[in-house]
Design a protein around this ligand. Structure first.
Ligand SMILES: Nc1ncnc2c1ncn2[C@@H]1O[C@H](COP(=O)(O)OP(=O)(O)OP(=O)(O)O)[C@@H](O)[C@H]1O
Ligand SMILES: [Mg+2]
Length: 742
């Protein structure tokens, strides 16, 4: 079979009734056969389709000598009823007439089931009369039509043991639905297969209307115009086709882009070009329909989804997971069904479920109501309902792919996983170049380098995260505003960029008087880390940084990707976190609020206890009796525990903390002279980094070869700046992940 048809093979003309017969012959036969056997049938289809489906069913029933009563509520003879009774009143009257003499089998057709339903989804008074009439007359069989966007109450649905959904048209029938003259609008080589891409979700009646209103010349050299008319007409509701270009609008991320191209876009393109039905079917098998995009906020997950949509001409619907969930509770599962229905009608299309983890979290971590469970099931059911030739993609976005229900990630479901990390140096360069050009910012080459470094993983934003694409976009807009305010029409300099970053940030001023305390504290972290063999060595320490919101911190080298951390490594993290406050105690004989940050959740002490708690409650790194389960849920909140269990946990956590604190104190006491030396140098120079750090460590190694860990391989520098003082890792409610620009 070829996918190209010649004009002669197409019908000359088509009535809607003929089109419906051609498109749904099988479904119609099936409905008729059920009715003939006495089974009531509910058909879910677009409203405009219902009357034609009825006509075609009726023809079949006539052959079987079955009579139909069509209850549309219209009065056939206005002379007869003196008082107009309205649609429903008439319907009931019609039904009463029908059952009065019902001795032979009849099919009652209910084309407007929604009229029997109140807006709250209950039964109208009339429905309460109609339904018993149906049940009380065993000679009646009924055929109902329901609009997909209209939920029916269970009592009505239960009237129908058989249910058929008719959506769109099928690909191999399409050649019977286009007339010769219409096919000319698509050029000489009309391929129904190509047209199908845009009309898979359009029912035969609407399709006929669309085709008959096509404008344009016959046999155009380029059929684009006809296709784009069709495409525009099939976009429903809030749907739109985005115009984000994968290359021109999205900077960097070459790996992510090539994965998308290789695994999805190229295959789709091949499928569009293929002419052998078998090959097309084979390619369609290969294209994943469900995708998970995961990464931190602002890294471009939604942006990438839009770019995919743009490149395949797909409409996009963005659904907020939390919103859907809250609606779910009140308005039942109908919501999700409608989202899918609309997307299928407007295929090719993409549905993006933002924050899909809000309802699709791993089983066992569901909170209470079981809502999530039924939502996941419904989602999977809807996805399973797709045909392979329909182009409907589902993208779920989340910050943590690990938190998702594994049932969702199985092959055939959300099988394509795309990690969108924070942008690396090259990505940031590309992103800045895009916005520099778009916003006409005129970065000097120096300014470009400055911007790239200044948003790199040695720096954090004022909210404590690495810089995402969204942050870079915001920075460029801040630069543009600054240029406008200051009437700058020339180049953008590094100084201007720095100003745009920090101009309105709250500056933490370090008082002269606090310098010895701060320097002691940071020197403590620095020194302790050198003597903790399972901790990354220090890389930089400063009490006067260029980040106004984080003026002092200690930064450590660390390896880029780690699978997890060992108990010793975690313990050393805690030890180093205690290095600051223990140094204060040792050298000053007093302790400051520096380590506690007066309750700051990112402070040394808060993070140290979070580490220790995770070691005990999640990672099984204590003496608590086995079997040990995680005492925290996936969000990091403690599960409800018995009093004695909570006590046992607290004791274990405390033991770890005391152990780490004592270790930090012991290291500092032993190396007090070096601590003083380091502190004084820090007060004098404000920042110690680069070769000087190396020198310092090597000098200590020469004196204490056993105590100082072997120099690790040269590794990429990691993020290290917390808000006050810092070490490079924090459980961040996720102890196995280092907080870095992953
Ligand atoms: N690689 C990039 N190139 C250019 N702009 C980018 C890039 N990444 C992100 N952006 C900018 O950041 C904005 C936010 O991105 P997007 O909304 O896709 O993030 P997200 O990952 O979906 O975030 P969230 O998790 O908060 O939903 C985009 O609209 C775009 O302006
Ligand atoms: Mg998003």
């Amino acid at each position: 079979m070829s996918i190209i048809v010649t004009e002669k093979e197409l019908p000359k003309s088509l009535t809607p009734e003929q089109a419906v017969e051609a498109a749904y012959a099988q479904e119609l036969a099936d409905i008729a056969s059920k009715l003939i056997r006495g089974l009531p049938v509910l058909v879910e289809c677009d409203k405009e389709l219902a009357p034609y489906l009825f006509l075609n069913v009726r023809n079949r029933l006539r052959e079987a000598k079955l009579q139909c009563i069509y209850l549309d509520g219209r009065q056939r003879d206005p002379q007869q009823g003196a008082v107009p009774m309205g649609l429903i009143g008439t319907m009931i009257a019609q039904l009463r007439d029908a059952v009065r003499g019902a001795v032979e089998r009849r099919v009652v057709v209910l084309p407007h089931l929604d009229l029997l339903t109140t807006s709250q989804g209950g039964l109208t008074g009339e429905a309460r009369e109609v339904i018993p009439l149906l049940y009380e007359n065993p000679e009646l069989v009924w055929l109902g039509f329901k609009d997909p966007s209209f939920p029916l109450p269970k009592v009505i649905e239960n009237l129908f043991p058989c249910w058929t959904g008719i959506l769109g048209t099928s690909r191999n029938r399409l050649r019977q639905l286009v007339t010769q003259s219409e096919s000319r609008k698509f050029g000489r080589d009309f391929s129904p297969w190509q047209l199908y891409k845009y009309v898979s979700g359009v029912n035969a009646v609407r399709l006929r209307r669309l085709l008959s209103t096509l404008e344009g010349e016959d046999y155009p050299a380029d059929p684009k115009r006809a296709y784009s008319q069709i495409r525009q007409a099939t976009l429903s509701g809030h749907m739109e086709i985005p115009s984000i270009d994968l290359e021109k609008d999205i900077g960097g991320y070459s790996k992510v882009k090539s994965k998308l191209r290789a695994e999805i876009l190229d295959t789709l393109q091949k499928r569009d070009k293929a002419t052998d039905p078998e090959e097309i079917a084979r390619l369609e098998e290969l294209i994943p329909r469900g995708m998970i995009f995961w990464g931190q906020p602002g890294t471009g997950k939604t942006y990438f989804a839009k770019a995919i949509a743009a490149s395949i001409g797909a409409a996009i619907t963005i659904v907020s997971g939390p919103e859907l969930k809250s609606k779910w509770v009140g308005e039942s599962e109908e919501n999700l069904r409608q989202i899918f229905h609309k997307a299928r009608q407007s295929a090719p299309s993409i549905i993006v479920f933002d924050e899909i983890d809000s309802f699709a979290t791993a089983r066992g971590t569901y909170t209470g109501s079981g809502v999530e469970h039924s939502m996941v099931n419904q989602l999977l059911t809807e996805m399973d309902g797709f045909h392979k030739d329909e182009l409907v993609f589902i993208v779920g976005t989340t910050n943590f792919v690990e938190s998702l229900d594994p049932a969702l990630l199985r092959p055939g479901r959300f099988e394509f996983h795309l990690h969108i990390p924070y942008p690396d140096d090259d990505d940031r360069r590309a992103i800045f170049e895009i916005y520099n050009k778009k916003m006409k910012l005129q970065f000097t080459p120096d300014a470009m380098e400055y911007a790239i470094n200044r948003t790199g993983n040695r720096y954090i934003t004022s909210t404590g995260t690495a810089f995402s694409g969204d942050h870079l976009n915001a920075l460029c807009r801040a630069v543009a505003r600054l240029r406008m305010r200051e009437n700058i029409t020339g180049e953008t300099t590094p100084k201007l960029i720095e100003k745009a970053i920090t101009e309105f940030d709250e500056k933490i001023e370090v008082h002269e008087k606090d310098l010895p305390m701060v320097a002691t504290h940071e020197a403590g972290h620095f020194l302790v880390s050198i003597f903790c063999p399972n901790h990354a060595p220090p890389e930089k320490v400063t009490i006067q940084s260029d980040m106004p919101w984080a003026p002092f911190f200690t930064q450590f080298k660390h390896e880029k990707k780690r699978i997890g951390m060992s108990r010793n490594e975690m313990l050393d993290q805690v030890t180093v976190l205690y290095g600051g406050i223990e140094a204060e105690r040792l050298l000053i004989g007093d302790v400051s609020t520096g380590a506690s940050g007066m309750g700051d959740p990112k402070s040394d002490l808060a993070r140290a206890s979070l580490f220790a708690e995770y070691m005990v409650e999640v990672c099984g790194m204590s003496n608590l009796a086995a079997p040990l389960r995680s005492f925290r849920d996936h969000k990091g909140d403690r599960q409800v525990l018995s009093g004695s269990m909570a006590e046992a946990i607290d004791r274990q956590v405390n033991t770890l903390i005391v152990e780490a604190q004592a270790k930090a104190a012991a290291i500092l006491t032993k190396h007090k002279a070096d601590l003083i030396k380091l502190r004084d140098e820090l007060i004098e120079k404000k920042t110690i980094e680069g070769a000087r750090v190396h020198e310092f460590i090597e000098e200590l190694r020469a004196r204490y070869p056993k105590d100082v860990g072997a120099p690790g391989p040269e590794v990429k520098l990691g993020a290290g700046a917390g808000t006050t003082t810092d070490v490079n890792a924090t459980p961040d409610k996720k102890p196995t992940k280092k907080k870095d620009a992953e």
